[in-house]
Design a protein around this ligand. Structure first.
Ligand SMILES: [Zn+2]
Length: 423
């Protein structure tokens, strides 16, 4: 062993320092011993984060100090059933050669950060992990794995909770970190250097909440399980497919605003953002292939010109492995839409949550099975647009844009609530 003798008391003198290359506060823990100042520095994350369009997010591989929560990624989520990220660190001491700590063991551990929301007036519980590593594919059921994007010497599994690696000749080592792929599951990562009396907390990681918005219908041709259009507005003649797209885009904007304002790790995918008509199964696959937590399909009803009200549909329980979770989602969305319509129009009607057979909500297409069902799905029928009062409310009266936006904002809030509260 080189460097400081074990048993010496280390004194933490700083938990983070400003990066010399940009203005980010870097995770760099300094420890002072009687004869040296030791740095345990988070250097780099992998893989880089891309946005929903596939473009790389600036600075996403640069570790930052808490409270920043670095997003984790889901690679081939339906196959791997895990969220992960890799972290590379450097261990060094001022005035000593790079290899000063080479050969020392680093022990990796993590602590949960997610706190389940409680009703007003209730006491918050302790942080806990969401989900269970045991549902991941074989090879990803431990909290730590040997990294693949970075190299690390001497990876050794100690237990499901802990692993060790060895500092190399350049002073570096690295680790792959796994968490169950459930929205807002989060962990604080710690490393303990051999000979040091305590672990140092390095960075926080969080699984993003992933939402798919599916504007119903579209285009000019009927496809399997998706017609080009269904309902048409009473007097304005605005088509359902136009309204679903407008409400879908507004909901995406509302979610993006929450992402920035609340510093929330959120990813929002659309099954369409233009006038096209993907088949029902393709829409569900957007949820499955992106590792989504929620898929919400947006529609409008048409019937006899007088019926009205808000209803939300889920796939019936006989062929829906997570019917209860879907109903909870549907109730949140239905209540949010109904209350918002009611705030603008006393004629609002709550038609409730109903079971129905719908291709876009099929377990097979969503990637849900009896022992693994990460994706909740529902279809909201916001109102009956062939009703004159609804046509005026949503399409023609002076403040119709505000009414539309208020409904979209309410849907966005309900989706976030579902992400936080789904067990
Ligand atoms: Zn429809």
């Amino acid at each position: 062993m080189t460097g400081a003798d074990s048993g010496l008391l280390y004194r933490r003198i700083a938990d983070s320092v400003m990066s010399t290359t940009n203005n980010l506060v870097r995770r760099d823990v300094l420890l002072e011993t009687p004869d040296e100042v030791l740095h345990v520095e988070a250097i780099e994350l992998a893989p880089a984060i891309t946005d929903e369009d596939g473009d790389e997010v600036d600075g996403s591989t640069e570790p930052q100090a808490a409270p920043h929560k670095h997003p984790m990624v889901k690679i081939q989520p339906a196959t791997n059933r895990i969220a992960h990220r890799e972290l590379r660190i450097r261990v060094w001491s001022e005035g000593r050669p790079d290899g000063h700590h080479a050969g020392k063991t680093v022990t990796w551990s993590m602590a949960p950060l997610f706190v389940a929301p409680v009703e007003e007036g209730q006491q918050e519980g302790d942080p806990d992990f969401r989900g269970d590593w045991a549902r991941a594919a074989a090879g990803h059921r431990d909290r730590f794995e040997a990294p693949a994007d970075f190299t690390a010497e001497g990876f050794t599994r100690s237990s499901q909770q802990q692993a060790t690696t060895v500092v190399d000749d350049t002073g570096h080592t690295a680790i792959r970190i796994n968490l169950a792929p459930i929205a807002f599951n989060a962990a604080r990562i710690s490393a303990q250097l051999e000979g040091e009396d305590s672990a140092v907390e390095l960075i926080d990681l969080e699984v993003p909440g992933i939402i798919v918005i599916d504007p119903g219908h579209g285009g000019d041709r009927n496809e399997t399980s998706s017609t080009a259009n269904n309902a048409t507005s009473h007097t304005s003649r605005i088509l359902e497919k136009e309204l679903t797209l407008d409400f879908g885009l507004r909901t995406r904007t509302a979610l993006r605003t929450l992402r920035v304002d609340d510093n929330t790790n959120l990813r929002i995918h659309m099954t369409r953002d233009e006038d096209v008509n993907p088949p029902g199964a393709s829409r569900a696959h957007v949820g499955r292939d992106n590792g989504a937590d929620i898929l919400l399909s947006i529609h409008f009803n048409g019937f006899n010109g007088t019926a009205r009200g808000t209803e939300t549909l889920v796939r019936r329980s006989s062929d829906n492995v997570n019917h209860g979770e879907d109903v909870a989602l549907a109730e949140r969305v239905n209540e949010a839409v109904y209350q918002t319509v009611l705030a603008h129009d006393p004629g609002a009607l709550d038609r409730g949550v109903k079971d129905q057979q719908l291709a876009v909500l099929s377990d097979t297409s969503l990637g849900n099975s009896a022992n693994y069902h990460p994706l909740r799905a529902a279809l909201v029928e916001i109102e009956f647009i062939d009703n004159l009062a609804v046509d005026e409310l949503l399409n023609t009266r002076d403040n119709y844009e505000q009414v539309r936006q208020d409904i979209a904002d309410a849907i966005a809030d309900a989706l976030i609530e579902d992400l936080r509260r789904n067990p």
